[in-house]
Design a protein around this ligand. Sequence first.
Ligand code: SF4
Length: 715
Amino acid sequence: MTHETPSTCPYCGVGCGVLIAHDGERITGVRGDPAHPANFGRLCSKGSTLHLTASPAVIQHARLLQPMQRLQRGQAPQARGWDEAADTIATQLATLVTEHGPDAVGLYVSGQLLTEDYYVFNKLAKGLLGTNNIDTNSRLCMSSAVAGYKQTLGADAPPACYDDFNHAATVFVTGANPAWAHPILFRRLEDARRANPAQKLVVVDPRRTETAQMADLHLALNPGSDVALHHGLLHLMIREGWIDEAWIAAHTTGFDALRERVRAWTPERTAATTGLAMADIETAARWFATGGPALSLYCQGLNQSSQGTANNATLVHLHLATGQIGKPGAGPFSLTGQPNAMGGREVGGLANLLSAHRDLANPAHRAEVAALWGVDEVPATPGKTAVDMFRAAADGQIKALWIVCTNPAHSLPDQAMVRAAMERAELVIVQDAFATTATGRLADWLLPATTWGEKDGTVTNSERRISRVRPAVPAPGESRHDWAIAVDIARRLEARLRPGRPSLFDYPTPESVWVEHRESTRGRDLDITGLSYARIERDGPQQWPLPEGAATGRARLYADGRFPTVDGRARFVDVEARELAEPVDTEYPHALNTGRLRDQWHGMSRTGTLGRLFGHQPEPTLDLPPQTMQDLTLAEGTLVEVRSRRGRLVLPARADAGLQRGHAHIAMHWGDEMVGGSDGPGRAQTGVNALTVPAYCPTSKQPELKHAAISLQPA
Ligand code: SF4
């Protein structure tokens, strides 16, 4: 008999609800959940094929189904029982901690973990091992958005919601291609435009993407010139009297210094720096400031930058200067890349954060978390963020890497450094649902985890909405839930590191973990003390905050003009535009941009198992503007050697009229793992991160994955 279990799509941060059809043993189908407020029944190409990624053939071919130990690097791993694996790993970790201190261990986790998984790993690192060396692939995704919100608004909280699409007069999409990366939100945007043909869409992107093709105004700016554009727009808004002086005076600080700074960003200078026409800059400023509610949507184009925090903060400035926040259709709305990057931030799963949006640098916050966990203290030393964690392993400072649900040997910049780090580390533990990742090939231990259709817990999407992830079928093979693997190893570590003391990890179920997380949010900006698994079951997914006694969650934040800062005011930040970390020059004259494809997800460990998802693009390509193809006398498909200061790739060239002269684009999905599945085209490739730059934003520590200087030569 077929049943349907409601759950959530595991791919992007839109957080669509799905109904999983199954017979209790096998997943047989999937459809969009008509009752879920993120998608109302719709699914994109990735979500609608999820059931095929759970077929017996894929499970047999691609899944990691039992613990494995690689006794010699480069050799095939051997199967082990869970007891032996967990016990040996606990001994190895405890020995390293005793000999070298807790900071010899680094945990690198994932925005694809559930909130419950994330909570346990964060407590294991900071509460048990005594290191803040826990960071996540959200560092590559959202950390600039986090820092930008905190600098300007005082808290890491997207103030808008999906319904704002229906109320906006101007939608300002910058550094994002939702047509491909957030397809169901894009459908909602199309609906909103159909219902309100007067709505203006401005798209800021160096490439003419599918999203840009729908725009009323496409601003194809030069790479790295976002701060210049934002300052130039603010200059015009001030000059034309389009700012809301009364709102600024009542609700903000710091405007006078910024007003002085943007005085120099005349339309002429802004046009020269951004490469845009002055008339277009003026049109964008007018629509944003005078057209009615303005909603900005942004993602990796702003975030993956060596000035990512400034990109975010200066965009928020435009909303504060015009009072475009806290009302329907208005606000700076960061689109989350991964399905639970939000939940990870909520539990403090980054090297500089603590539970419930507390700051590691704040002694009072550390004391609150230590009291909640029942430990003497939470260490004060800042943890290593993603790139620095691997650099520290390459330098020999970090001796053990525990990598969970992510594939850094594909996704981090400067792959030569990352591979050297994993080779130098004395102990590499890889915990994953899939056996096919590049990172898994470099592991000493492989721990099999459950995945979509099997997992149980919660995730939070871009609009702060918490949904349940529910299991439809049992875990295959010996795989276990991520939180349960962490708890098992943590308890064995406790026996070695704090014998005789009560366990910190007395969690019989994921709900028991979540209840502890919920308590940590009491009185915080994301207070969810009014929420429970039972309430989600009864009322459906809910937005935070939802404190005890509240009838509903809050759709929009800051409607009262009060912000979670010391004085209750939002802040303008006096920041200046800076150069790219690696500008083009005569040796490396082309600007490389990276991005997603419509039908693939990250390193393709899941989407790469389905041949049909390669129909949109079957193989990696080097996309070049037609002028560059002509200049280099390249035909379609000619193999080109692409070089940066860090590595080289050989790829077939493809003409893309949406690219500007001097630019190039490579999709992020292909790496050197075999990505083909049971019916997919397998191939060996080295991915684009052989070329990318490890330089990062000094505040958010997010690397500049969106720009590298490259040279091109027919191979
Ligand atoms: Fe899944 Fe995102 Fe597609 Fe929704 S838009 S079905 S969450 S991949």
